[in-house]
Design a binder for this molecule. Structure first.
Ligand code: ATP
Length: 370
């Protein structure tokens, strides 16, 4: 298939001991990162955590204060931006309004007098399924189509590495979801290395093979999306990737399988293998969708953590699921997500309830919540 032959494989990216200080502010503390060739890697974090600075360092738009940057094994730290095998797609597409779509995509190739610029531009447009609109002007395309043109323009010269800086941020939610899937498919087709920065956890988890969660200029945890979600190591990661119920307590017993902590008089057990700490003060957590709500005290709670009686203080219906906020005496509030199976709400505001979850679904953190 022509598309598969479109680009050469991407290159791997290595950041070694990178630090970036601006006058009076350290944006990147120390960053070591290896992104394998051909992967879709997301840097995820809140505003100001240093994502864009990292991307700009890789692109050559900023110089690191310390450290080295290697692309495909070649040290490019001192290489100028336009000589690096890297392209960037920004949130703003910055297409030339007076040129047709095909001229926009071919522009860079023609300027560098590359053979068959027109043919290569058509090939890139076919890849993003816009070749039929090649003669239109940017203003005659939708936002999503313009973003696909920007992508075609960024991959037409076969960069080893494609940097994506919140590329879908300007699109509405429905289009953004559609583009997330399309971008992932295109990345799989061309096999280039994609480094995508975003503050949107759903976007990072949907698209990337590997996600690095950044906080205050450092990577807090890195792994496959499901691994980060199921087994967050810190309170920041637990809360940034979805919601968590977190409880802090003191370890009162442990064995080769699990630890049990005392939380305001309630024993909560976590598998040893799923806890970062095994003694002293430990914060444990469970995701809201892993928690079951009961209208009576569960008769058999073996293998489960169980709390109650508690009181439902808020119920909000959101289509596929309902969110319950439950107040547990001595512990505080817990969030429970229950799938709506068509039987109406399990409990109403004010109901007395018990909550429970399989011990295997809890996790223990390396730190305490802020
Ligand atoms: P956002 O999602 O809002 O773009 P970000 O995670 O990409 O955030 P960066 O743009 O990398 O964050 O900025 C990281 C920190 O470095 C911020 O606190 C920012 O104010 C600071 N910073 C960035 N550029 C400069 C600069 N040229 N001079 C001083 N401080 C800077």
């Amino acid at each position: 298939m022509a598309v598969r032959e479109f680009a050469e494989r991407g290159a791997d990216l290595e950041l070694v001991g990178i630090q970036k200080r601006f006058p009076g502010f350290t944006a990147i503390e120390e960053l070591d990162l290896t992104i394998p060739a051909g992967s879709f890697f997301a840097l995820l974090g809140p505003s100001g955590c240093g994502k864009t600075t990292t991307l700009r360092l890789v692109a050559g738009l900023e110089e690191p204060t310390q450290g080295r940057i290697l692309i495909g094994g070649r040290d490019v730290t001192d290489t100028r931006a336009h000589e690096r095998p890297v392209n960037t797609v920004f949130q703003s597409y910055a297409l030339f309004p007076h040129m047709s779509i095909i001229e926009n995509v071919a522009f860079g190739l023609k300027r560098r007098r590359i053979d068959d610029a027109q043919g290569k531009a058509h090939e890139a447009l076919r890849l993003v399924e816009l070749d039929h609109l090649a003669q239109r002007r940017p203003a005659q395309l939708s936002g999503g189509q313009q973003q696909r043109v920007a992508l075609a323009r960024a991959i037409v010269n076969r960069p080893a590495l494609l940097l994506l800086d919140e590329p879908l941020g300007a699109l509405d939610l429905k289009l953004r979801r559609q583009m997330q899937l399309e971008l992932k498919t295109i990345q799989e087709e061309v096999g280039l290395t994609f480094l995508h920065v975003t503050h949107d956890q759903e976007e990072a988890m949907t698209m990337a093979d590997t996600v690095a969660v950044m906080n205050k200029g450092a990577i807090e945890q890195m792994g496959a999306p499901q691994e980060l979600y199921e087994l967050p190591r810190t309170a920041f990661v637990a809360n940034f990737l979805g919601q968590s119920n977190l409880f802090s307590g003191e370890v009162v017993s442990s064995n080769s399988e699990s630890i049990t902590i005392d939380v305001a008089g309630h024993p909560i057990t976590v598998p040893l293998s799923r806890s970062q700490r095994h003694q002293g003060e430990v914060t444990v957590g469970v995701r809201p969708e892993k928690v079951a709500l009961h209208l009576e005290a569960p008769l058999d709670d073996s293998g489960r953590n169980s709390l109650g009686p508690a009181r439902v203080i808020d119920v909000s219906f959101s289509g596929v699921s309902t969110q319950y906020i439950v107040s547990v005496p001595g512990i505080g509030t817990m969030t429970v997500f229950a799938q709506n199976m068509g039987f109406g709400p399990v409990a109403v505001e004010g109901s007395e309830v018990w909550v429970s979850w399989d011990v295997a679904h809890g996790f223990g953190l390396a730190d305490e919540p802020d």
